[in-house]
Structure formats: structure tokens, C-alpha cells
Design a protein around this ligand. Structure first.
Ligand code: ADP
Length: 376
């Protein structure tokens, strides 16, 4: 028997707010999403009351999980500071169980906001793979880069935070769901020697998910912090494409040691990439470099190279903006075919030219990260 939204609401009507009001009457619930036994929603409260609400969140999660037929319950507490004199302009959210951080911007010369974000225990560096728009090969690059870093002998994880269009299940061929450990934390799936987590493991590919702004951050924070990542040298986060509010909040709230921007050589993509760069600069996340994907066309039959979109735009842009240029990846049939069949090219053709390109990019990224980790 499938779980209905009404069943979830009936259950939440029995959970009381810190002031003794039923959750369903407390005006704090986001839309409740119920799909195939998986329940997602957030409880949105004022930041000053967040601590008092944490036990309510836990209670709500436990009672929803107890509904027969519920397989996953992901309930996040999002805390916003009310607008008013002295309040910060942007809302602040925090992960369940993690104390809210001050939403005041640091004065000029103050330490980076990163310093205030709790690190992920056991994870030496979290890095973002971002793009100014969708379809430029961000996810394909994120996965192959993660494999390139693995080939350097590093312990690597991949978090698919592209919650609007999670593609990691397709790129890795993973069909299983993550299990929970005794502490009710999700155990990431293991594939190709990587620890992998994606919202796509929890919802069906064709399930339309409607994410309200605060829920985006909550879901990602939960996937970041309520997952037993173990000991990792690098956790690669495949960001949602674009440079809107959701991406900015993410860049601000995830303890990033650096970001990589994927662009194609076309002018339009480069303009978007520039926006991405500006976004990370705004939140003091170092940009480790730009990758030009679909840089040139390589004929799968004769190997001849054609610069269909022009070529070298991203390298030029990187020089102009004084950020490292990490490499060029050709537009090649084998990259598309292997990605879309769940056997990424670094894994399926480890000695081929494309795997070498991704490994070289990985090496450039790791060279910089080593310094950042040591400095931290
Ligand atoms: P994004 O994450 O930016 O939306 P994807 O990684 O999902 O993009 O890639 C979009 C499509 O382009 C996929 O079908 C993928 O296989 C293909 N693709 C990505 N990079 C390349 C490449 N270098 N050569 C050929 N196809 C590619």
C-alpha cells in the first residue's frame, strides 16, 4: 500500500512545536513531498529558535519513518533570520543537529566565511564542480575527475548535488538505494572505488521534484552531513548548474576548499562561466581553475580534430581572469557513450587518451589542494 501525503500530515498533526502547537498548525511546514515511500519536507523556523526545534525535527522524522510503507524520511530544519534592523540580507540555513551560524556578514578583513562552516569529519577537502549553465558536461567531468583523483591514489567521494537533474545514477549505473546505519545515517554507495551519494538514489528519475529555495540547501546539507563518508582526501560536489540564489547559498554554506568551473568554448558559455567565477569570489572560495569541455571535435573514425566552436576561449578567459587553466577535453563519441552507459571513460578505457586528460586535470587540482589543505 502506498503512503499518502494525508497520512504524513495526520502523523505530523500529533507532533507538537516547542510551544505546544501541532506542527500542521504551526505555519512552519514546507510542501510535503511523498513519492514511492520516500518523504521529503522541511520545517522552516526563525534562526533564534532553531535549537529548540531540533528535537521536534527529530521527533517528526521518527514518527514519519514509523508510518508503514515509508522507506526514507528526509526532514530538514531550515532557520531563517527575520528581516529587520540589523538582520542580514540573506537567509541562513543549517543542517539538522548543527548549530545555526550567525548570518551577519564578516567585516572587511575578517576571516573567510569558510572558517565558520563546520568541516565534514574525516573529509580533508570538499571541492565544487560548477558551470554557469546546464548541458556543458559538468557531471561527466565531475565523475571522470573524481576517477582521475582516485588514480592518483587518493580516497575520493562524489556528491551529486544537482538536485534539479541528478545524473550520477545514470553516469555510474547505480540502481540501489543507500542503506542506513545504526545511527540512521546514510551509507554512500561504492562504485569504481568512489563513495557516491545522489538525491537520484532516493527518488525515481522521472519523479518531478519541486524544491522550494530553503529545501535545496537542506537536502544538500543532509546529503553532506547525514552520510557516513568515512575518511576521504577529496569529496567532489557536482553542483546544480547556474549562478542563481540556490547555487550562491550552496557555495556559501558548504565548507568548500575550492571550485572548478566547466565551460564550453562558445562565448555564451564563457560569459556564464565568468558569472560562476564571480559567485565563488563573492563567497571567498578559491577557484582552482577552468576546464574547457567539448573543446574540439575529434572524429571517432579518423581521429581528425576540428575546432567547431572555435577553440581556446576558456584558456584565454582563464588567463584574463588570472585563474589556472586546467585542461581541454575533446567532444568525443566515446566520452558520451561511456558516460551515458554508466561506465565512465576513465574507468572503461584507463589507458586511452581521454583518461589521461582527466588524470592530468586531477593532478593539477590536487597540486593546488595539497597547499590549501596544508595551509588550513
Ligand atoms: P551537465 O552536467 O553540464 O548538464 P552532462 O555531464 O550531463 O552535462 O553532459 C551532457 C551530455 O553531454 C551527456 O550526454 C554527456 O554524455 C555528453 N558529454 C559531456 N562531455 C562530453 C564530451 N567531452 N564529449 C562528448 N560528449 C560529452
Amino acid at each position: 500500500m502506498s503512503v499518502t501525503q494525508q497520512q504524513v500530515l495526520d502523523c505530523l498533526a500529533k507532533v507538537m512545536s516547542p510551544r505546544g502547537v501541532a506542527l500542521t498548525n504551526a505555519n512552519v511546514l514546507s510542501a510535503v513531498s511523498v513519492s514511492d515511500g520516500k518523504v521529503f519536507f522541511s520545517i522552516n523556523v526563525d534562526a533564534t529558535e532553531a535549537r529548540a526545534w531540533e528535537s521536534v525535527r527529530a521527533q517528526a522524522e521518527a514518527s514519519v519513518r514509523a508510518i508503514p510503507g515509508v522507506t526514507t524520511a528526509m526532514i530538514a530544519l531550515t532557520a531563517e533570520r527575520k528581516a529587520g534592523p540589523g538582520a542580514a540580507p540573506a537567509p541562513h540555513r543549517h543542517a539538522p543537529g548543527v548549530p545555526p551560524v550567525s548570518s551577519h556578514r564578516p567585516p572587511q578583513g575578517a576571516p573567510s566565511p569558510m572558517a565558520r562552516q563546520a568541516e565534514i569529519p574525516g573529509v580533508a577537502a570538499v571541492i565544487a564542480v560548477a558551470s554557469g549553465k546546464g548541458g556543458v558536461g559538468k557531471s561527466t567531468t565531475a565523475l571522470n575527475l573524481a576517477l582521475g583523483l582516485r588514480d592518483l591514489g587518493l580516497r575520493v567521494g562524489l556528491l551529486d548535488a544537482d538536485i534539479y537533474g541528478p545524473s550520477v545514477p545514470r553516469l555510474t549505473g547505480i540502481r540501489e538505494k543507500p542503506q542506513l546505519n545504526d545511527q540512521k545515517k546514510m551509507i554512500p554507495l561504492q562504485r569504481f572505488g568512489l563513495a557516491i551519494m545522489s538525491i537520484g538514489f532516493l527518488v525515481e528519475e522521472d519523479t518531478a521534484m519541486i524544491w522550494r529555495g530553503p529545501m535545496v540547501m537542506s537536502a544538500i546539507t543532509q546529503m553532506l552531513r547525514d552520510v557516513v563518508w568515512g575518511t576521504l582526501d577529496v569529496l567532489v560536489v557536482d553542483m546544480p548548474p547556474g549562478t542563481g540564489d540556490a547555487q550562491l547559498t550552496l557555495a556559501q554554506n558548504v565548507p568548500l576548499k575550492g571550485a572548478i568551473i566547466i565551460s564550453t568554448p562558445q562565448d555564451l558559455s564563457l560569459i556564464d562561466a565568468r558569472r560562476g567565477l564571480a559567485m565563488f569570489k563573492k563567497v571567498n572560495v578559491p577557484v582552482l581553475g577552468i576546464v574547457e569541455n567539448m573543446s574540439y571535435f575529434q572524429c571517432p573514425h579518423c581521429g581528425t580534430r576540428s575546432d567547431i566552436f572555435g577553440h581556446g576561449g576558456a584558456r584565454h578567459e582563464a588567463e584574463r581572469l588570472a585563474v589556472p587553466f586546467l585542461g581541454e577535453i575533446p567532444l568525443h563519441m566515446s566520452i558520451r557513450v561511456t558516460s551515458d552507459s554508466g561506465t565512465p571513460v576513465v574507468e572503461s578505457d584507463p589507458d586511452g587518451p581521454h583518461a589521461q586528460i582527466y588524470r592530468a586535470i586531477g593532478a593539477k587540482v590536487w597540486d593546488q589542494l595539497k597547499g590549501v589543505i596544508a595551509a588550513a
